[in-house]
Design a protein around this ligand. Structure first.
Ligand code: SF4
Length: 383
C-alpha cells in the first residue's frame, strides 16, 4: 500500500527548517549526575539491564502483578488496543451513570486520544472534578500488586486520591518487579528530563476492594507486542521518555516535533512508530537519521537507537516494504559503493549516474553535492 505520509512529513520539515527557530536543546548533566551517583555510567548500566531483563520476562511479571493485585478482590482489565479500551470505558460510564470526567493527560493517554473520544461522545471534561478521574500510573509493581503514582502538584494528588471513581490506564511495558527499582529509574528520568534531583510527589498505591469499590485498572498493548516480538526492537520498550536523545539529535534540532504529527517524536519515534502505527505510513522515519550516534551515548537505558534504525531500514528492504524505485536505487548504489574501481571513476561520470538514480529525490530537500575530483584513496594523503 502506498501512502502520502512521507510527503507531508518532508513538507513540514521544510517549513520547520525555513522558519529556523532554533529549538532549545541543550544537554549537560555532568554536575547533577555526579551529585546523585558515584558512577553515572554504572547507574545507567544497572538501570538498563534491569529494564531489559523485565521486558524479556514481561509475561511472567504481568501474570504475577495480576495475581497480587486481584488478591484484594479487584480486577485487572486487559485492552489490546484503543478500540477495546474505549468500548470498556464507555460501558463502565454508562453502568455508573458517569457524564463528567477529569482526565490527566500523560503521554500515553494522549497516544490513546482519550479526551477526543470522550468529547465526541459528549462527556464533560472537567479538570477540577473529583467525580471520576482517568490517570496513568508511572509503574506497576509485580511483587506487591501495587501502583506507583507520580503527581505534578499537591492538587493533582488530592484530585486523584479523593476521586469517587478512579480509572487507571497504563502500557504493559511499565511493570517493574520490586518497589526498590523505582528510585534508580526515577532519578535517571528526572536528571535527563528536567536536569533536576528527583523530588516529585509520589505514592505507592495498593487499593483493596473493601476501601475502593469504584476502581478500574486497564493494562493496554496498543501495538507494543509487535515491538516485543522482535528480540532487537523490544529494547525500545525500556524507554523511560526522558527526552535525552532529542536533546542531542542534530535532526531534531532542525525539525522539532511538528512534522511527526504524533506524541512520539525524535530518535525514538523513528524506531517505534513503524511498529505502533503502520509500516507504510512511517517507514520514511527510519531514513530521518544521520546515524551520528549521539542519542545512543546519552540514553540512560542504553537503547541502541541507531542499530534499531538500521535494522528498520534492512527490514523494509528485505520485506519489500520499499517502493520498487527505492529498492532499485539501493541495489544500484550498493553495487557501486562496494566497487573501488567504480568509485575511482571520474567525478563527472559518477555525477551522471547518481543524477539518474538519486538526484531527483535528494534535491527535494537539499542541493545535490558535488563529487571531489579525486577520491580519498586517490588523493595525496594516501600516497
Ligand atoms: S530512547 Fe533513551 S534517551 Fe530517548 S527518551 Fe527513551 S530512555 Fe530517554
Amino acid at each position: 500500500m502506498k501512502t502520502n505520509e512521507y510527503k507531508f512529513f518532508i513538507s513540514d520539515c521544510k517549513v520547520a527548517i525555513e522558519n529556523n527557530k532554533s529549538i532549545d536543546i541543550s544537554y549537560d548533566i555532568e554536575d547533577i549526575s555526579l551529585r546523585n551517583f558515584k558512577s553515572y555510567s554504572n547507574a545507567k548500566k544497572k538501570a538498563a539491564n534491569l529494564r531489559q531483563k523485565y521486558i524479556n520476562h514481561i509475561d511472567e511479571l504481568l501474570v504475577s502483578f495480576e495475581k497480587k493485585y486481584t488478591e484484594s478482590g479487584l480486577e485487572v482489565n486487559w485492552a489490546v488496543d484503543y478500540n477495546s479500551l474505549i468500548e470498556d470505558v464507555f460501558k463502565i460510564f454508562s453502568e455508573n451513570k458517569i457524564k463528567e470526567v477529569n482526565v490527566f493527560e500523560s503521554k500515553f493517554i494522549k497516544e490513546l486520544g482519550l479526551i477526543k473520544s470522550l468529547k465526541e461522545e459528549e462527556f464533560t471534561i472537567s479538570p477540577q472534578s473529583k467525580k471520576c478521574v482517568i490517570f496513568e500510573p508511572r509503574y506497576a509493581i509485580s511483587q506487591t500488586g501495587s501502583l506507583f503514582l507520580e503527581f505534578g502538584s499537591a492538587l493533582e494528588m488530592e484530585l486523584v486520591m479523593e476521586a469517587e471513581f478512579k480509572i487507571f490506564v497504563f502500557p504493559f511495558n511499565n511493570v517493574l518487579k520490586h518497589v526498590e527499582d523505582i528510585e534508580l529509574l526515577s532519578q535517571l528520568y528526572s536528571i535527563n528530563k528536567n536536569k533536576s534531583d528527583y523530588l516529585s510527589l509520589t505514592t505507592i498505591y495498593s487499593p483493596t476492594i473493601s476501601k475502593e469499590k469504584n476502581i478500574e485498572l486497564f493494562i493496554v498493548d496498543n501495538g507494543r507486542t509487535s515491538l516485543l516480538e522482535s528480540k532487537e526492537h523490544r529494547k525500545a520498550l525500556t524507554c523511560i521518555d526522558c527526552d535525552a536523545c532529542k536533546k542531542v539529535c542534530p535532526v531534531y534540532a532542525l525539525i522539532g516535533d511538528k512534522p511527526y504529527n504524533n506524541v512520539f517524536t525524535g530518535p525514538v519515534a523513528n524506531v517505534v512508530l513503524p511498529f505502533l502505527e503502520t509500516v507504510d505510513g512511517c517507514k520514511h522515519l527510519s531514513f530521518n537519521c544521520v546515524l551520528c550516534g549521539n542519542c545512543v551515548k546519552v540514553c540512560p537505558m542504553n537503547i541502541p537507537i541507531t542499530d534499531l534504525i538500521i535494522a528498520n531500514r534492512n527490514m523494509f528492504f528485505e520485506n519489500r516494504n520499499m517502493d520498487f524505485s527505492d529498492r532499485y536505487t539501493v541495489k544500484v548504489l550498493n553495487n557501486y559503493l562496494i566497487s573501488r574501481k567504480k568509485l575511482n571513476k571520474k567525478a563527472w561520470r559518477k555525477e551522471i549516474l547518481l543524477k539518474f538514480i538519486i538526484k531527483r529525490k535528494l534535491t527535494i530537500s537539499r542541493p545535490f553535492p558535488k563529487f571531489a575530483k579525486e577520491t580519498f584513496s586517490q588523493s595525496k594523503y594516501q600516497k
